[in-house]
Design a protein around this ligand. Structure first.
Ligand code: FES
Ligand code: FES
Length: 153
């Protein structure tokens, strides 16, 4: 086992883990942060998207040990102040979810998109979301939500 120290949702975390443990499994199985979903396990669907030092990353595509010293934010970390983030509020207002399976990953990806501070067209938003799949095909309201966020900025 190897010692891993990192920050998750602003809390310091230290665990002794096997070198083969994926970040998504550390989050879900060891830390019980089940908001990070597993859709494909092959880095295609984006359901497992988290922020690592502010950048969106598919947590099924990286080893937990690679996160040594990093700051990881999961969807649970967005509501630590007990208020939904502006992205979560925009998704809610636009009814940008159906079954909700893709939603945590979409929201984490959207946080990174919005951090760029750009006003994006609908086509550009769709392009930015190419790594995140919605199996309910609810892309129109998701793009509506992000477009509304762009107009707020
Ligand atoms: S579960 Fe990670 S990209 Fe699909
Ligand atoms: S809302 Fe069902 S997968 Fe996107």
């Amino acid at each position: 086992l190897y010692n891993l120290t990192l920050t998750i949702n602003d809390e310091p975390v230290t665990r002794a883990i096997d070198s083969t443990v994926l970040l998504v499994d550390l989050l879900r199985e060891t830390l019980n942060l089940k908001g990070t979903h597993i859709g494909c396990d092959t880095a295609q669907c984006g359901a497992c998207t988290v922020l690592i030092d502010g950048a969106s990353v598919k947590a099924c595509s990286v080893l937990a040990l690679q996160m040594t010293g990093a700051a990881v934010t999961t969807v649970e970390g967005l509501t630590s102040s007990e208020r939904p983030s502006n992205v979560q509020q925009a998704f809610s207002s636009a009814h940008a979810l159906q079954c909700g399976f893709c939603t945590p990953g979409m929201i984490m990806r959207t946080h990174e998109i919005m951090a760029q501070g750009k006003v994006l067209s609908r086509a550009q938003i769709a392009h930015e979301l190419e790594g995140n799949l919605c199996r309910c095909t609810g892309y129109v309201p998701i793009i509506d939500a992000i477009e509304a966020l762009c107009k707020l900025d």
